[in-house]
Design a protein around this ligand. Structure first.
Ligand code: FES
Ligand code: FES
Length: 155
């Protein structure tokens, strides 16, 4: 089948198999390898992207389901070579170590802050519970999200 998906503001028209997962479409068809695959079974959140502004695990969405919709990946988050405030906060607060979970963690955090611009620590932990990190122990990730939230609300 043919799908047209706007990825990071660029229209991507491609022929795909009906069973193609969105994560494979992004990585293999569009060449956007910033979206990682960890478990392929909806458990780890490494593949999180924004679909029409809402975070989704792209290993659980078919490319066909994203047909006609907007997708944002980590490659599309910064503008004019400036990091997105959430990316900057992850950098400043050391919210990453190996970086494998980071694209998904950042996009899940962007979505969380869109829904709740001033979350408590508990709300951040609950909001990110679908995203796993094997390195950081989560504290610096939570600090990153809270820092991004404070910087955004101080504007
Ligand atoms: S690869 Fe999608 S949730 Fe783990
Ligand atoms: S920084 Fe390594 S898995 Fe999260």
């Amino acid at each position: 089948m043919r799908v047209t998906i706007t990825v990071n503001d660029t229209e991507q028209r491609h022929e795909v198999e009906d069973r193609t997962l969105l994560v494979h479409f992004l990585r293999e068809t569009c060449g956007l390898t910033g979206t990682n695959t960890g478990c392929d079974t909806t458990s780890c959140g490494a593949c999180t992207v924004l679909l029409d502004g809402e975070s989704v695990k792209s290993c659980t969405v078919l490319a066909a389901q994203a047909d006609g919709h907007d997708v944002t990946t980590i490659e599309g988050l910064s503008t004019d070579e400036r990091l997105h405030p959430v990316q900057r906060a992850f950098q400043e607060c050391h919210g990453l170590q190996c970086g494998f979970c980071t694209p998904g963690m950042v996009l899940a955090s962007v979505s969380l802050l869109q829904e709740n611009p001033s979350p408590t620590e508990r709300e951040v932990r609950d909001g990110l519970e679908g995203n796993l990190c094997r390195c950081t122990g989560y504290q610096n990730i939570v600090d990153s999200v809270l820092t991004a939230s404070r910087e955004e609300t101080a504007r």
